[in-house]
Design a binder for this molecule. Structure first.
Ligand code: TYM
Length: 325
């Protein structure tokens, strides 16, 4: 039985990139009864960026609501909060001792944040090691993520290999699984990935229809007269075509064909309506789940109760192998 593991940071509501790169796939993977699934809210990771402590609890709760409303089913997946299982941090410490500074210095996401002018804390630098612990604590083999996480998964593989070499076979080497939309770009800057840190180009699943329409109508295109899909040369319009394709179940060439001879404004209008229609049921479910705090908290507690014995067993095995008493 394969083990699927993935995490997501609580730092604002879900956006279209999270949905197409991660959540939709995490939900679809629930149909495979031959797999075990662990999905968690990585609250510890989210403390490495700037945040308001007064908002954090709300962000964690809202993300749990989003995941449940988005289709994570607690009967099929173990859903919990990372910091509720203390072994995540404990295993990360052991992994710190077999990870070189050089490996972490090569991490592109870290370098990008530093380039943006963020003064990095040690946690931000060490972020991928905690992520390796998240995955390997459950002996995860498959990790549904967006493309931006590939280098981190590679580090988790290196960590598993290094640990196994030094202390004996303990961990599998996890593999990332990507969707057909592994990198959704910002709507107003197609050279950057869609992210909460660029809110104008970011389509939040909770945006009102009015805001969704505005963001899409303002989205960057190009000076060609025709819809097309050529991500290298026409990144902005290709991103919109890819979003339309993913949400309609069509291929990008089918979308290009369907909108042949149609202007950008008309295409954007159609895209906006498709996005609004796609996320209406999500928004309705979300409003219902949000009100039921007792139930949401119960799901998270049960998830932690199910994950804990597995995490403890791995940590016990690790403690013995590295020589702790
Ligand atoms: P996070 O919280 O930034 O994003 C959650 C998931 O959404 C994907 N994603 C995207 N996919 C496509 N296009 C985009 N524009 C886009 N933006 C985000 C991310 O790739 C991710 O899959 N480090 C992770 C969280 C993490 C984790 C883990 C993941 C911590 N421990 C263990 C897997 C396994 C992160 O910050 O994701």
């Amino acid at each position: 039985m394969k083990t699927i593991v993935s995490g997501i940071q609580p730092s604002g509501t879900l956006h279209l990139g999270n949905y197409l790169g991660f959540l939709r796939q995490a939900v679809e993977l629930q149909d495979n009864s031959g797999c075990k699934r662990f999905y968690f809210i990585v609250d510890f990771h989210s403390l490495t960026g700037r945040y308001n402590p007064k908002e954090k609890a709300k962000e964690i709760y809202e993300l749990a609501v989003d995941l449940l409303a988005g289709g994570i089913d607690p009967k099929k997946s173990t859903l919990f909060i990372q910091s509720h299982i203390e072994e995540h941090a404990n295993l990360a410490w052991i992994f710190n001792t077999i990870t070189s500074m050089g490996q972490l210095e090569r991490m592109v996401e870290y370098k990008e944040k530093v380039a943006q002018g963020i003064t990095p804390n040690a946690g931000l630098f060490d972020y991928p090691v905690l992520m390796a612990a998240d995955i390997l604590l459950y002996k995860g083999e498959l990790v549904p993520v967006g493309e931006d996480q590939l280098q981190h998964i590679e580090l988790a593989r290196d960590t598993a290999r290094a640990f196994n070499r030094r202390f004996g076979k303990t961990f599998p080497e996890p593999k990332a699984i990507l969707t057909k939309a592994p990198r959704v770009m910002s709507l107003n800057n197609a050279r950057q990935k869609m992210s909460k840190s660029l809110p104008q180009g970011c389509l939040f699943l909770t945006d009102s229809p009015k805001v969704m329409r505005e963001k899409i109508m303002r989205a960057e295109t190009d000076s060609h007269a025709e819809i097309g899909c050529d991500p290298k040369r026409r990144a902005a319009i290709s991103n919109l075509v890819m979003i339309y394709a993913e949400l309609s179940g069509m291929t990008t060439s089918e979308v290009v064909k369907m909108f042949k001879g149609v202007g950008y404004a008309e295409f954007k209008k159609e895209l906006a309506e498709l996005v609004i229609k796609t996320f209406k049921p999500f928004q309705e479910r979300r409003a219902k789940v949000f009100k039921n705090k007792a139930q949401v908290m119960k799901v998270l507690e049960e998830g932690a109760r199910n994950a804990r014995p597995i995490a403890r067993a791995t940590m016990e095995e690790v403690r013995k192998k590295v020589g702790l008493i």
